[in-house]
Write a protein that binds this ligand. Structure first.
Ligand code: ZN
Length: 414
């Protein structure tokens, strides 16, 4: 929890501190906000009045009386602000409209007809995004902007997507400026795993208020890192590339040039390949898998369904991936000293528990801090739309979280 300052002329920052405390610890009374924020009761009272007037919080009931005057409780107001979030994957876009507490009011997923032409993708996605607020009857004055989450690596300074794997035709694409022009709105950009971690913090309140590692699986694998209640971005904004951690597995070439990276073993295409390689075509046919690059999405859905139904071959390859992830996550947990690992992203849906068991075993049997307590491994509170909800939360964080720096943020063009 961040502390405020009682010096004059820092009202904006203090207001963000109070809103963040209400959001992450609420429902909470004015009297509790003093110790939580380090602000005087008088300052808290003034700032709460301003937040009420701005429509960002609401009074909601009373705390049980302990003899004296009953204390009014404060909560964030869902309709206080809205943001759009876009998650770009190599072949599809997911767009959401989220409110101030992170609830999704509208969501839309569509395949990209010409994914290798960035200009067309941006135009199409921007048009689709701009339709959502109208269909949800949202006050346009409370729509703050658009967040974009894309697979890394990114040039954070310039808001440019460098050359993400599986994005043919995308090299040094100035995504931030393109979306700002196409929508006329403020835009924030980050990589999908970091955006997902920020979204998890935004939605999770008390449960995600401290340190955690967000393991994100979409078309590829990445990690978002939250330490001391701040996102860790690293020097170039590309921290968390856990897919390039070296593990002990058969060699599969990685885009980075190495043969020992985790990433090439932990994506839907790799798991489908593993099923064919370890259990043969007969097992694959039995599950309805057809193999080949065009069928990956459908095959991965069938494979996950088979895991949920208890099929031993399907479960075996997912467990293998979980053990491989466990090797890298164990290192990350030791390095960062986090006590929570969250699993989320479009590709995790339905198999988090199986992967989670393997990762849990890897991080807890040999953890350096096991004398202090277990590392918890659990599914994301957001689930499969973590990338898009995370993207929307970039905008909400940028506006309302105290002391947060967005990786890159562009104002609406004039
Ligand atoms: Zn690599």
């Amino acid at each position: 929890m961040r502390s405020g300052t009682n010096l004059p002329r820092v009202g904006g920052y203090n207001q963000a501190v109070v809103l963040d405390a209400i959001r992450t610890r609420g429902p909470v009374s004015r009297i509790e906000l003093g110790p939580l924020t380090g602000l005087t009761n008088q300052t808290v009272s003034n700032l709460v009045r301003r937040l009420l007037d701005a429509g960002l919080i609401t009074e909601s009931g009373h705390a049980p009386s302990s003899g004296g005057k009953r204390r009014t409780l404060l909560m964030p107001r869902a309709d206080g602000a809205y943001a759009l979030g876009v998650h770009l994957d190599p072949d599809a876009a997911v767009i959401v409209l989220a409110d101030l507490v992170g609830s999704v009011l509208q969501s839309h997923r569509f395949a990209l007809p010409r994914p290798s032409v960035p200009e067309e993708v941006v135009d199409e996605v921007a048009r689709a995004a701009l339709r959502l607020p109208g269909s949800a009857d949202v006050d346009p004055g409370r729509l703050l902007g658009l967040g974009v989450a894309a697979p890394g690596p990114l040039d954070g300074e310039r808001g440019t997507l460098l050359d993400p794997p599986n994005f043919d035709g995308w090299r040094r694409v100035p995504l931030l400026d393109m979306f700002a022009k196409a929508t006329g709105m403020p835009v924030a950009l980050d990589n999908d795993a970091t955006a997902a971690a920020i979204g998890e913090r935004w939605i999770g309140g008390k449960r995600r208020a401290d340190d955690f590692l967000f393991l994100y699986m979409g078309a590829g694998l990445g990690a978002g890192i939250m330490v001391n209640n701040q996102v860790l971005r690293g020097g170039s904004g590309n921290a968390g590339e856990i897919g390039h951690a070296q593990i002990d597995a058969g060699s599969r070439p990685c885009d980075c040039g190495s043969n020992g990276c985790l990433g090439p073993h932990c994506n839907p295409a790799a798991l489908v390949d593993d099923l064919f390689a370890r259990h043969g075509s007969a097992a694959a046919r039995r599950l309805g898998l057809s193999g080949g690059p065009e069928a990956v999405r459908a095959d991965w859905r069938l494979l996950r369904r088979a895991v949920r139904a208890g099929d031993p071959s399907a479960t075996d390859v997912v467990r293998l991936a979980g053990r491989r992830m466990g090797q890298a996550v164990r290192g990350a947990v030791a390095l960062l000293d986090v006590s929570l690992v969250v699993l989320g992203g479009e590709a995790f849906g339905g198999v988090e528990h199986v992967l989670g068991e393997e990762i849990d075993a890897a991080v807890n049997t040999t953890s350096v801090t096991r004398a202090l307590g277990r590392v918890t491994v659990e599914p994301s509170l957001i689930g499969e739309t973590a990338g898009a909800v995370g993207a929307a939360s970039l905008v909400l964080h940028g506006r309302y979280a105290p002391g947060w720096r967005m990786l890159t943020e562009a104002s609406a063009p004039r």
